[in-house]
Design a binder for this molecule. Sequence first.
Ligand code: ARG
Length: 447
Amino acid sequence: MNRSSDLNLVQAFRHSGPYLKHHRGSTFVIMLPGATVGSPYLDDIISDIALLQSLGVKLVLVFGAREQIDAELEKQHIVTKFHKRVRIADDETFEVIKRVCGSMQIDLASKLSMGLINTPMQGSRLSVVSGNFITARPLGVCDGIDYIHSGIVRRVDSDNIRRELANNSIVLISPVGYSITGESFSVNSEDIAAQVAIAIKADKLITFCNDNELILDGDGEVIAELFPTQAEQYLDKIDPDIHNSTCRYLRAAITSCRGGVERCHLVSHEQNGAIIQELFTRDGIGTQIVRQSAEQVSQATIHDIPSLMDLIRPLEIEGILVHRPREQLEMEIDHYIVIKRDGMVIASAALYCYDEEKLAELACVAIHPSYRGSNRGNILINKIEELARKRGIKKLFVLTTKSAHFFLEKGFVPGNVEDLPKEKREHYNYQRMSKVLFRTINYDQVH
Ligand code: ARG
């Protein structure tokens, strides 16, 4: 056995630490579409789900059965009609739906009962609960067409779901809803997942999909984060006939976000462990639809200092920034703004005003290497300008030995040491030979 050290693993584990803590005690609704349940990746997904449960995450699983129902209907030569992309469940079709969903529920429950095989946790039993948690009503008649046994969610029995979750059970929900009149209805699983997530105030809704259902930008890269309005714009651009599933997932995510669910994630079941990477790394692997961006610009506080130091120390060692001892950072923290991503400081800048001369220094501009090459530099400078404007500052200046081109690109122009405020001039380090650059603050754009 090779027992050499695996620094990647150690590094990854350290990174996941904050999320292990954050997710413990949270509630996630996980949507498993029929395609995911029918895929060869299901076993891995089930063990990832068991792992999440063992880490203290409360889980509701909602499964879909579209592909399985289609296959069974075809086998029995039953032709079903659709209206506005919704299946019309007549008596014969609904019998098939009930049989397929019932059998899938049993199969999923038995797979979950297996839990974490081949691990020290083998044998620790997961308790899986199903029930009549979803009350449905008929979709009724639309354009003169009766949807018969196809229904929509009317109510979610959130109290009972929460009780089961508090008991450490996994709640497994099929795409069928029940009515107080003793009927049952076929219900769209994405709709159930979204309504459940909202009703039980879940922290997340996570949906699996095929690789070709992921949300991509113009270069074919997975989009990391969208606000609900951006997700709507994306929906407007794609063809619902070709990207039908993506449309349904996105709509469920938008509805959930608007209904109070902080983050909804879409990950591919074809990527092994995608849910683990999405949940336990800062950048994830899929798309998250969020109410509030994971990245925020804010005034730094004393609590940000350890993370700020992690950011700037490597740059100090490289000689890009001058060394600032911790005590100095503590005393001057009010001068700093930071961009934080899930609590970690990934960029910083500081403003030191020389009010009499109406000049201010832009200092300690740092962006974490993994997060360069995007708009963050502009975000920092705009924020600093905004603060400077409030103080009536006319010009910003920077002293830099290695990053002059960065500031030139941002509209700074070279200047002289003599133009610095008196105090700064007196302390200018002629050995360091920093370049001095200025930028006039624009007051025209102030609204
Ligand atoms: N792991 C974090 C979470 O669970 C962040 C995920 C980031 N994902 C993304 N697609 N940007 O919330």
